[in-house]
Design a protein around this ligand. Structure first.
Ligand SMILES: NC(=O)c1ccc[n+]([C@@H]2O[C@H](COP(=O)([O-])OP(=O)(O)OC[C@H]3O[C@@H](n4cnc5c(N)ncnc54)[C@H](OP(=O)(O)O)[C@@H]3O)[C@@H](O)[C@H]2O)c1
Length: 306
């Protein structure tokens, strides 16, 4: 007998919280764990928690998501995002649990603009973060299990956290000048819609393997900032165009991140909603309270929007 339906790692993160809320909305029993309850540094802790909870499915959202920070700490990034994902996978296999591993568009180099990126496109990460998540994918898929799924997503935002729409609005409202990159194009994805898709995968049990989950539509970060301002009644605020190279960030990002989501849409019988619809729902739900400060309780704690 399964004790719980879902074990959600990264439960304090923006996506993990949405997955727990979605589980509750479905009337299902979910337990969330984060760094305190299941530190991904410890193989023993991972095994003990998964074996102890006996979940129907593990939804593995826990990760180091500080993309630029990973460039400075490549071993730690690979250990947590790659090796520890392997531990989660072996623990899930040992417990007979299904596994949904959340991965990223950053496993690709985005070198073929115009064509949505297929689930079986070759992995060519441009950054340590992307490489570490790709390692996690390999560790999951190596099991060859029909109930292990890698679900890649992109440009995640959601209510209640530090997110791109909030950052744009904070700057606009404080009168600071806004400049946002025009030469990176992707699919903004709302945590609520993504959480629904992840639990659909766990519940519908499509063939094991790779799926892409992202809101419909695509835009540049610049266009997304313009959308955020327009939908917030601040359409008069100017957003200067900027090139990614001018930002001189430590980690390179793909210029083209538009994931082909057709396989998951076929499984669910519908695509995720359009990102503009998701943005409107997000802006209604985001309470406007001050964004939480970046956590400082460990190496590479804290996240970025991209
Ligand atoms: N955000 C995006 O745009 C995006 C895009 C594509 C894919 N993804 C993937 O989506 C998943 C969820 O991302 P998110 O945006 O929700 O990120 P997030 O808000 O940073 O959540 C990740 C959670 O994992 C926790 N964590 C970090 N190191 C850990 C450790 N050693 N042991 C246990 N827990 C640890 C984090 O804790 P701390 O906050 O204390 O570090 C955080 O609570 C990740 O797998 C990420 O790679 C995200």
């Amino acid at each position: 007998m399964r004790r719980i339906d879902y074990l959600v790692t990264g439960a304090l993160g923006q996506l993990g919280r949405a997955v727990l809320a979605e589980a509750q909305r479905r009337g299902r029993h979910a337990v969330g764990v984060d760094v305190q309850e299941m530190p991904l540094e410890s193989r023993a802790a991972v095994h003990a928690v998964v074996a102890g909870q006996r979940p129907g499915a593990v939804v593995h959202c826990g990760a180091i998501t500080n993309v630029d920070g990973c460039e400075q700490e490549p071993l730690l990034a690979h250990r947590i995002n790659g090796l520890a994902t392997g531990w989660v996978a072996e623990a899930a296999a040992a417990a007979g649990a299904a596994l949904v591993y959340v991965s990223t568009d950053f496993v690709f180099d985005g070198a073929q603009p115009g064509v949505p990126i297929a689930v079986d496109a070759p992995l060519r990460p441009l950054s340590v973060y992307g490489a570490s998540k790709a390692l996690g994918e390999v560790a999951v898929l190596a099991h060859g299990r029909p109930d292990f799924w890698v679900v890649r997503t992109s440009w995640v935002f959601g209510p209640g956290g530090r997110n791109f729409p909030r950052a744009i609005l904070d700057r606009a409202r404080s009168g600071q000048p806004l400049a946002v990159v025009t030469d990176q194009v992707g699919r903004p994805t709302m945590t609520h819609d993504l959480a629904e898709a992840l639990l659909d995968v766990a519940d519908l049990r499509p063939p094991g393997g790779i799926y892409h989950a992202a809101n419909e539509g695509s835009c540049s970060w610049h266009q997304f900032a313009v959308d955020v301002l327009r939908e917030s009644g601040l359409g008069h605020v100017a957003v200067a165009p900027q090139l990614a190279a001018d930002l001189k960030r430590p980690a390179a990002r793909p210029a083209w991140s538009v994931l082909d989501t057709s396989a998951l849409a076929a499984v669910r019988g519908r695509p995720l909603p359009h990102y503009q619809d998701a943005l409107r729902r997000h802006l209604q739900l985001d309470d406007g309270a001050a964004a939480p400060p970046p956590p400082t309780n460990g190496p590479l704690r804290g996240k970025e929007y991209t």
